[in-house]
Design a protein around this ligand. Structure first.
Ligand code: MIC
Ligand code: SF4
Length: 642
C-alpha cells in the first residue's frame, strides 16, 4: 500500500475507527497548545474534568493575544493560566516569548507528531511535518486529559508545487494562490498536503506561512514533508534529534490535485473583506495606504523580518504611512537586535510592537476611519482590525515593505532583486521564559481573578420545543461576527455573561436583547457558518443566551464541533430554498426530537409560515450522545454519576 503523509501520521496515532474517508476517527494527541484568549476556558474545562496532571507528551500554555492590559482583567487571566498550568503539568510560555505558533515551530514542533491547539492557526506546525489541528478549548482539554481527538477522516488534497519562486514573490503568494483557487470554504474536512519539486525550494518558516494560512481554506490542516530543509531548520534550533524524514509514498492516492507553478506566480493581495478575494498586486498598484502592519503568526519569522529590514535599510517610511512591526518571537526580536537589523527598522521609522498577536486581533493599532491598511496577516474580515470602515489587504512582507517606502500599494517584482536572506546556521536559543510545570505532588494554588466567571452549561435536549428565529444571516459568517474580539472585548474572554451582550452585534445590534427576550431561540445562516477562529466563545455565548440550534446551509469544521460540544444542534437545510422562506420572528416547532436525532433527520414546522422543513443532523454516535445531554461536560457529569 502507498500512503500520503497524512495517512501515515493518522495511522501511527489511530485509536478509534478506521481510516475510511468521511467517517469519524479518534487520534492520540502528542502535544497540545493553548493561548490566553481561549486558554482560560480550556483550563476551566480541564479543571472540571478533575484530572491531576495532563497525559500528553508535552502541553504548552502561551500568552500572546491578550497583552494590552489596560485593566486588571488580562493579567488576572495570565496568572490564572500560569498557576493552573504549573499545577497540571503544562509548560507556560510567559508573555513576551512570542506568538504560540511561531514559538511552537521554533522550539517544540516534531515531524510526524500530532498537535492539537485551541487556536485555528495550529496547522502552522504542518510546516515542520506535524499533523497539527486547531480545535475548540474543550477538545484540547479532553486531549490534555488523555482522550482522543475525534475528527472525520479527511479527504486529502495534493498541492503540487513546481518551479521556483522569483525574487519578490514569496510563500505568502503561494497560499494566496491556493485560496484564490479553492476559496474560504473549499477546504472543509480536507487536508492540504504539499508535494512536488517546489517543496525543496522552501525553508521551514516559508512552509509554515503556507500551512498557517491554510486555516483560511477551512481545512482540517495542511502538511509539508519533513526533509533535508526540515533537518537543517531543526539543527539550527539545536534540535536535530527531533528530526525524522517523512514523505508520501510513490503512488499515494489523493482526492484532488491543485497545481501551483511557483515560477509563474506573481505577487498577490487578498482584498477586503475575505482572504480568498485575491488579486494581483499589479492590478491595484498605486492604491494609497494609511497603515502597514507586519507580523502575526503568518509572517513574523526571522527570515520575514530580515527581508523587511533589508528593504527598509537606509530608507524612510512614506509620510502618509504608519508602519508597525510585531516580531513573532523573542528569538526573532533578539536576533534582529543582535545583528543590527532592528536598528535598520527603527531608523526607517517603523514602530516596533511587542512579540505577540497585537493588531492581528485588534489589540491596538486600529487603522484610521475608513483607512486602508496593508497587513502581512491571515484574516481581513470586516471590523477585525478594530475599525469597522477600514479596508484591510493581506500581502507578503516584501510587498508590505516596498509599499511602506512608496506610501502606496506596490508590486515588489523587480524592486528587491538584490535582497538575499538565507536561513541562519544557528538561531539564538534561550528558553528561559518557558516555565516548566511543578513537580508532581507539589502544592500549587490556582489564582482566579474576579473577572473569571464559570463557563455556561446548556441543558439536556427536550423532545419537543418551540423556538423563535432570532436572526437570519448570509453566507460566510465568521466567528469574528459571532463573538467579536478587539481591545475592548478580549479582556472578557473569561466572562461569558459580559461577552454575550456582544454576540452577533456586528450583524444585528439587537441580537443579544432579542435572544434574551426569546429564550430557546435559533439562528438561521447561509453557507460556511462559523468560519475563521476556533474560539469556543462563539458557541458559549449563544449557549448563555439560550440558543438551541443553528439552521445553516453548511458549517465550518471547528465551529460545528464547538456547537456540538456545548449542546447546540447544528442543522443543515436539506433543501436550500427553505432558507429563503424563513424570517426573523418565525416560530419553529421541533417535535419528536430524540427519535429524529437518532435518525439524523429532523422535520421542523414553521408555524408562522405554515411550512415544513427537513433538516439534516450530520453527526457521529458520540456527538449524538453529547447533544442529548446538552454538551460534553454535562454528559461527563451524567456518566460519572452512573
Ligand atoms: C484568531 O486569529 O482569530 C484567533 C484570535 O487567534 C483565534 C483564537 C481566539 O479567538 O482566541 C483563532 O484563530 O482560533
Ligand atoms: Fe494571533 Fe493573529 Fe495568529 Fe490568531 S491569526 S494566533 S490573532 S497572530
Amino acid at each position: 500500500m502507498s500512503y500520503t503523509i497524512t495517512e501515515k501520521i493518522i495511522q501511527d496515532h489511530l485509536v478509534e475507527g478506521e481510516m475510511i474517508k468521511g467517517e469519524e476517527i479518534g487520534i492520540r494527541i502528542d502535544q497540545t497548545l493553548t493561548q490566553d484568549s481561549t486558554g482560560t476556558m480550556a483550563y476551566m474545562q480541564l479543571e472540571a474534568m478533575e484530572i491531576d496532571r495532563v497525559k500528553t507528551e508535552r502541553s504548552l500554555a502561551y500568552i500572546d493575544h491578550n497583552m494590552l492590559q489596560e485593566g486588571p482583567e488580562n493579567m488576572d487571566d495570565h496568572l490564572y493560566i500560569q498557576s493552573v498550568a504549573k499545577k497540571h503539568g503544562v509548560y507556560f510560555s510567559r508573555p513576551g516569548t512570542g506568538i504560540c505558533h511561531q514559538v511552537e515551530i521554533e522550539r517544540f514542533g516534531v515531524p510526524g507528531q500530532t498537535l492539537l491547539g485551541s487556536d485555528s492557526h495550529t496547522p502552522t506546525g504542518g510546516g515542520i511535518g506535524m499533523l497539527a489541528i486547531g480545535a475548540g478549548g474543550l477538545d484540547v482539554a479532553v486531549a490534555m486529559a488523555g482522550g482522543a481527538y475525534n475528527l472525520l477522516m479527511p479527504q486529502i488534497v495534493k498541492v503540487h508545487l513546481t518551479g521556483k519562486l522569483r525574487k519578490g514573490v514569496s510563500s505568502k503568494d503561494i497560499i494566496l494562490e491556493v485560496l484564490r483557487q479553492c476559496t474560504v470554504k473549499g477546504g472543509v474536512n480536507k487536508v492540504f498536503e504539499y508535494s512536488g519539486e517546489g517543496v525543496a525550494t522552501l525553508s521551514v518558516p516559508e512552509r509554515a506561512t503556507i500551512t498557517n494560512m491554510g486555516a483560511e481554506l477551512g481545512a482540517t490542516t495542511s502538511v509539508f514533508p519533513s526533509d533535508e530543509n526540515t533537518r537543517l531548520f531543526l539543527k539550527a534550533q539545536n534540535r536535530e534529534d527531533d528530526y525524522t524524514p517523512l514523505s508520501a509514498d510513490e503512488g499515494a492516492v489523493y482526492d484532488e490535485v491543485v497545481e501551483v507553478n511557483l515560477s509563474a506566480l506573481e505577487p498577490l493581495v487578498a482584498c477586503p473583506h475575505s482572504p480568498d478575494n485575491v488579486k494581483k498586486i499589479a492590478e491595484l498598484q498605486g492604491l494609497k495606504v494609511d497603515q502597514i502592519a507586519i507580523g502575526s503568526c503568518t509572517n513574523s519569522s526571522y527570515m520575514d523580518l530580515m527581508k523587511v529590514a533589508a528593504i527598509l535599510k537606509d530608507k524612510t517610511v512614506a509620510e502618509n504611512v504608519q508602519l508597525v512591526i510585531a516580531p513573532g518571537s523573542r528569538q526573532v526580536l533578539s536576533m534582529l537586535a543582535d545583528n543590527g537589523a532592528l536598528t535598520d527598522l527603527l531608523n526607517a521609522g517603523a514602530r516596533i510592537l511587542e512579540c505577540g498577536c497585537g493588531p492581528c486581533i485588534g489589540m491596538g493599532q486600529a487603522p484610521r476611519t475608513d483607512g486602508v491598511s496593508l497587513r502581512t496577516f491571515n484574516r481581513n474580515f470586516k471590523g477585525r482590525s478594530g475599525t469597522v470602515g477600514a479596508d484591510v489587504y493581506l500581502l507578503s512582507p516584501e510587498a508590505a515593505a516596498v509599499s511602506a517606502i512608496r506610501g502606496e500599494l506596490t508590486d515588489p517584482l523587480g524592486l528587491v532583486d538584490d535582497i538575499d536572506i538565507t536561513m541562519p546556521e544557528s538561531f539564538l536559543i534561550n528558553d528561559n521564559t518557558i516555565v516548566p510545570p511543578a513537580p508532581e505532588g507539589e502544592h500549587v494554588e490556582v489564582v482566579k481573578g474576579p473577572n473569571i466567571k464559570p463557563f455556561p452549561l446548556g441543558e439536556a435536549l427536550k423532545d419537543r420545543f418551540e423556538s423563535k428565529v432570532l436572526i437570519h444571516l448570509e453566507d460566510n459568517i465568521t466567528t469574528d461576527h459571532i463573538m467579536p474580539s478587539n481591545a475592548k472585548l478580549l479582556p472578557y474572554r473569561s466572562n461569558i455573561p459580559y461577552l454575550a451582550d456582544h454576540c452577533l452585534v456586528p450583524c444585528d445590534p439587537d441580537f443579544p436583547k432579542r435572544a434574551k427576550e426569546n429564550p430557546g431561540g435559533v439562528i438561521v445562516a447561509g453557507h460556511n457558518y462559523g468560519q475563521g477562529s476556533s474560539r469556543e466563545h462563539a458557541a458559549l455565548a449563544p449557549v448563555y443566551l439560550g440558543v438551541k440550534a443553528v439552521l445553516a446551509k453548511s458549517f465550518a469544521r471547528i465551529h460545528k464541533n464547538n456547537l456540538i460540544n456545548n449542546g447546540i444542534l447544528p442543522l443543515v437545510f436539506e433543501n436550500e430554498e427553505a432558507y429563503d422562506t424563513i424570517e426573523i420572528g418565525d416560530v419553529l416547532v421541533f417535535d419528536d426530537v430524540l427519535q429524529q436525532l437518532e435518525d439524523e433527520t429532523l422535520t421542523v414546522v414553521n408555524q408562522t409560515k405554515n411550512k415544513t422543513y427537513t433538516l439534516i443532523l450530520d453527526v457521529s454516535e458520540r456527538q449524538k450522545k453529547m447533544l442529548k445531554h446538552g454538551g460534553l461536560i454535562l454528559q461527563m457529569r451524567h456518566d460519572a454519576q452512573l
